[in-house]
Design a binder for this molecule. Structure first.
Ligand code: 5GP
Ligand code: ZN
Length: 138
């Protein structure tokens, strides 16, 4: 299902042109217009899902294999040394476009730091308590 007010629905379904690197029945894969590095790619499902929680599992199950296919092409084609797979859910997590998408970001030797965090500290009791809370909600 498309959402007429969603920019990624329009791009994914070819209503707005984009630098497309791959397309199949479920996805269009495009270059990000604000790339974190050369070749920064977005995997867009053609169906509108707000985020990963709303996604049809038959669609989301295909995301990682597709990310791997694209990442390999970044290594062989662009000379990347690795890549990050990033997927933001919710504005607190940095999601700005509320149509499910996966970033595949090529990483180059000597490139800038990104997709990183400062490790905190947690003791075993805290980890157990937090694990128990999450487990109850699965
Ligand atoms: P988010 O922060 O929601 O995970 O990522 C949204 C991404 O979409 C950003 O990296 C932004 O640069 C990219 N983006 C937003 N609008 C467009 C667009 O119209 N075309 C393309 N190619 N990328 C877009
Ligand atoms: Zn959409």
């Amino acid at each position: 299902m498309m959402d007429d007010n969603c920019i990624f629905c329009k791009i994914a379904n070819g209503k707005i042109p984009s630098a497309t690197i791959y397309e199949d029945a479920d996805f269009r894969v495009i270059l990000d217009m604000g790339p974190a590095s050369r070749g920064h790619t977005l995997i867009l499902p053609k169906q509108h899902f707000k985020d990963l929680c709303e996604a049809d599992s038959t669609v989301s199950a295909k995301l990682f294999p597709l990310a791997a296919k694209i990442g390999k092409a970044m290594i062989t084609g662009l000379g990347a040394n690795g890549f990050n797979v990033v997927q933001n859910n919710g504005s607190s997590a940095g999601q700005t476009v509320f149509h499910l998408h996966v970033h595949v970001i090529p990483r180059y030797e000597g490139g800038p730091a990104m997709v990183s965090w400062i490790p905190g500290k947690a003791n075993a009791e805290e980890l157990t308590n937090t694990a128990d809370i999450i487990k109850k909600h699965l």
